[in-house]
Design a protein around this ligand. Structure first.
Ligand SMILES: Nc1ncnc2c1ncn2[C@@H]1O[C@H](COP(=O)(O)OP(=O)(O)OP(=O)(O)O)[C@@H](O)[C@H]1O
Length: 286
């Protein structure tokens, strides 16, 4: 599957939630979609699932626009943190409706997952606890086997143990049925080992799109005397910098060419990098 956006824009009245957003995603992989609150992640994922049209620009999936095209949207399963299901239905109704909508639906797997998450077939949606509601979303997303499966913070209310079960199942499901999985999360440390690529959005724009391996190998965190750091990093690609009392910290996205004597050189976790990247002083990297 190939997702392609070109200068994508989405405005709610006069406010742009997405602006000049150009991105290519393809292949079978698990991608982390990251961004601070209000960055535009849900808006982007809902456009992918065909919930509404872009205000401007292009969004295509294998060359076709998703809005109002069942041929496209039958291949996309979006599980959001809420508003996935009609409250009037029961668990079994949701599984039956999903089975009709998604051509690759795996009934046996759905049944197994229903038992793993201990959901009763006859329970009404409106009586599910937050965690049970999330579990049902996870069951639908994983059992859909949709070529593009998207989870938008699907674990609200799930305890740490069930979240861990979800991550194990996600990996198991991906290994059995490789596809493009997009997972939007704020719990980056919990899931970063699942991601092959990350997309970071900021204020409706693309801040960074890279493979996790490349990002991990390419970045360096340098701390030390400000003048020495400035001299070392002059002309290099800087993701983030901050200084205080003559000391400076720089997150570099480049090769170091000079000796780093007297300078502390380290690596960050994806979560730490995300925090650096989305602080005030940043450069855009697509
Ligand atoms: N239905 C709506 N009507 C008006 N504005 C909206 C609507 N939905 C989202 N927005 C606005 O669009 C911007 C992007 O919101 P969006 O929900 O896409 O961000 P997000 O990255 O998913 O945030 P979060 O991590 O908090 O879920 C925000 O400024 C938000 O207030």
């Amino acid at each position: 599957m190939e997702i392609k956006t070109t200068n994508l824009q989405k405005a709610y009245r006069k406010n742009y939630a997405i602006q000049d957003f150009t991105l290519d995603l393809e292949g079978e992989k698990i991608i982390g979609l990251l961004g601070k609150n209000g960055a535009g992640k849900t808006t982007f994922m809902r456009m992918l699932a065909g919930h509404f049209q872009p205000t401007n620009g292009q969004l295509t999936i294998n060359g076709q626009t998703p809005f109002n095209h069942y041929d496209v949207t039958k291949n996309i399963c979006l599980v959001m943190e809420s508003n996935n299901f009609n409250n009037k239905f029961r668990v079994k109704d949701i599984l039956e409706i999903s089975a009709k909508f998604y051509p690759n639906w795996d009934h046996e797997y759905a049944e197994r997952l229903r038992q793993v998450f201990r959901l009763k077939e006859k329970q009404k949606i409106k009586t599910l606890s937050k965690g049970m509601y999330s579990a049902l979303g996870i069951i639908v997303g994983l059992s859909s086997h949709a070529p593009i499966t998207i989870f938008d913070e699907p674990y609200i209310g799930l305890d740490a143990s069930f979240r861990s079960t979800f991550y194990d199942l996600l990996l198991e499901s991906y290994q059995k049925n490789p596809r493009l999985i997009i997972l939007s999360t704020h719990l980056i440390d919990e899931v970063s080992n699942l991601f092959e690529e990350v997309v970071i959005m900021q204020e409706g724009k693309l801040l960074l799109h890279d493979t996790v391996d490349h990002l991990a190998s390419k970045h360096l965190v340098l701390s030390g005397n400000k003048e020495k750091i400035d001299q070392l990093t002059n002309g290099l690609d800087i993701l983030h910098q901050s200084s205080m009392l003559g000391q400076k910290t720089v997150v570099l996205y480049d090769e170091l060419v000079e000796e780093t004597d007297g300078v502390d050189v380290s690596k960050s976790t994806l979560q730490e990098l995300f925090v650096y990247l989305t602080k005030e002083e940043v450069n855009t990297h697509a």
